[in-house]
Design a protein around this ligand. Structure first.
Ligand code: SAM
Length: 329
């Protein structure tokens, strides 16, 4: 599927739940959030149908996300089903890594070869402060278990000035010791009542300069490996790599190849735009898959060229209503 600006849409991010077992203050910072009801969430069968349809339109990579995908019942079994139904599809998962105990070997057997694990700090006490939960040791163990099982790990770390900038040296040492990609993501003003503020912003350029004061790095050739929007740097002395994702300071809209589907079956063609296309109603109606395909094609044709993030940053307002946990990131 080619959109109105010539971009090929071949990557789907599907969020299987809006629920998360963490309460990160910048993402779903309230204990009293209203969640979708059982009926309003795509069933696994419906998720599978939508993935099959996007596959028929040329999507060859799907990322399952949430909320916390492993917090949804039978998620690992769903991955197995997806793998058997669509053996050629590149299946990825983004998780907070807190619920992986006892599942890692199975994930490897299913054919999961990469996991993105979110971790904003390497300090247990700070982890508790940012997530509201004392699960740091679980996540550290999950990273080790994945590496031992042969699953490659990308650590996603939201760059928060004043919170984890002082830990850069620890993250660099961590990546020197372990064969992982540590990727810093600029904090984005997403979601109604977002905790975003100029004071927290730590730009990718500044992070790179800070990294270079700690260790020698060499840019990774992007032609040879597909890293999506991340700019990757290998550590000259070390086993892992450092990555930078800069949605604000140097956005990648011109090469955006993504569709996102929310847990309630809304298709979003831009993370930051609240324009949504309802897929659940046609899917549940007698019109069936043809009607869904029609909506997907219309959405593809209407995918916007870019977003107004920088403007929002200046005004210090959020760019879209939904929280990241109900879109999937
Ligand atoms: N629960 C899973 C996890 O923790 O990876 C998947 C969903 S979570 C919403 C996906 C990612 O979005 C996490 O790495 C989280 O830190 C990141 N995120 C949430 N809000 C963000 C924001 N405002 N700016 C940048 N990243 C954000």
């Amino acid at each position: 599927m080619i959109d109105g600006f010539g971009r090929k849409i071949n990557y789907l991010r599907l969020s299987v739940t809006d629920r998360c077992n963490l309460k990160c203050y910048y993402c779903s910072n309230s204990e009293t959030l209203a969640y979708l009801t059982h009926n309003d969430i795509l069933t696994y069968e419906e998720c599978l149908s939508l993935i099959r349809l996007t596959d028929s339109l040329g999507v060859n990579k799907v990322r399952l996300t949430g909320g916390e995908p492993f917090a949804r019942k039978d998620f690992t079994e769903f991955l197995g089903l997806l793998r058997s139904e669509l053996p050629d599809l590149d299946i990825r998962v983004t998780t907070n890594g807190t619920l992986l105990e006892g599942r890692v070997r199975l994930l490897h057997d299913i054919g999961i070869r990469w996991l993105n694990i979110s971790l904003d700090t390497l300090n247990r006490e700070k982890y508790g402060r940012i997530t509201g939960r004392d699960y740091f040791t679980r996540v550290r163990q999950a990273i080790d278990d994945c590496l031992e099982a042969g699953i490659k790990v990308k650590i996603n770390c939201v760059a928060l000035n004043g919170f984890n900038d002082g830990e850069l040296v620890d993250f660099v040492h961590f990546a020197q010791k372990n064969p992982v990609d540590v990727r810093f993501i600029e904090f984005m003003p997403v979601g109604e009542g977002s905790a975003w503020g100029e004071q927290y912003f730590w730009s990718a350029e500044k992070i790179l300069a800070d990294v270079q004061r700690i260790a020698a790095v060499a840019p990774v050739d992007h032609e040879s490996e597909n890293h999506g929007p991340a700019r990757m740097y290998s550590l000259v002395e070390g086993r892992g790599r450092i990555g930078l994702i800069s949605p604000l300071s140097n956005h990648f809209c011109a090469t955006c190849n993504r569709f996102r589907i929310t847990p309630d079956g809304k298709l979003r063609t831009c993370l930051f735009s609240d324009v949504e296309y309802d897929l659940m109603s046609p899917l549940r109606s007698s019109e069936g898959v043809e009607a869904v395909l029609k909506v997907m094609r219309e959405a593809g044709a209407g995918k916007p060229i870019g977003h107004e993030l920088l403007q929002a940053k200046r005004k210090c307002v959020s760019v879209c209503g939904r929280r990241m946990s109900s879109i999937g990131g």
